[in-house]
Write a new protein. Structure first.
Length: 152
């Protein structure tokens, strides 16, 4: 499995707290819109589901956009770095295998933001799943196939 590189400037002040909810974003290398192919984005979704089944985290909501993904996740048994390394490395392997290629799928690092206790988690979830609407990919959230939310 590939070793995840750590982008130092993104780690400054990063703290992983089990039970804390985080908003996470990972971007495809060179912003290539590889996930316009829904079959490839489903490979990423499979890794999110598998990480949840293995109790690494609970994914409250997620969306895979053409060139990035967003997740609202409650951390469980692993750190943010471990969780994101697992998702990015395993999805990279799956996507590269499907395409018959090798090389980088994701940009180094990821963006995270701890959700404050007083924040409206469902409001943040709505914001995450509305990304395809804001990007002009669809008119209604339900027209976009590459998202999920635990409240459904």
């Amino acid at each position: 499995m590939p070793v995840c590189s750590k982008a130092g400037h993104l780690r400054i002040g990063r703290y992983s707290e089990p039970g804390r909810i985080y908003l996470l974003t990972a971007v495809v290398h060179d912003r290539q819109p590889i996930f316009t192919d829904w079959r490839l984005s489903r490979l990423v979704a499979q890794q999110l589901h598998q990480a949840q089944e293995e109790h690494w985290a609970e994914f409250l909501t997620w969306v895979v956009m053409p060139d990035h993904m967003h997740c609202l996740v409650e951390l469980r048994d692993k750190t943010l770095a471990e969780l994101m390394c697992r998702i990015k490395s395993r999805s990279s392997l799956a996507v590269n295998q499907a395409l018959g290629r090798s090389g980088r799928l994701w940009q180094k690092g990821y963006h995270d933001r701890a959700v404050r206790k007083e924040e409206d988690v469902k409001g943040l979830a709505r914001y995450v799943v509305a990304n395809p609407v804001r990007a002009g990919l669809v008119i209604r959230v339900h027209d976009y196939p590459l998202w999920d939310a635990c409240w459904l």
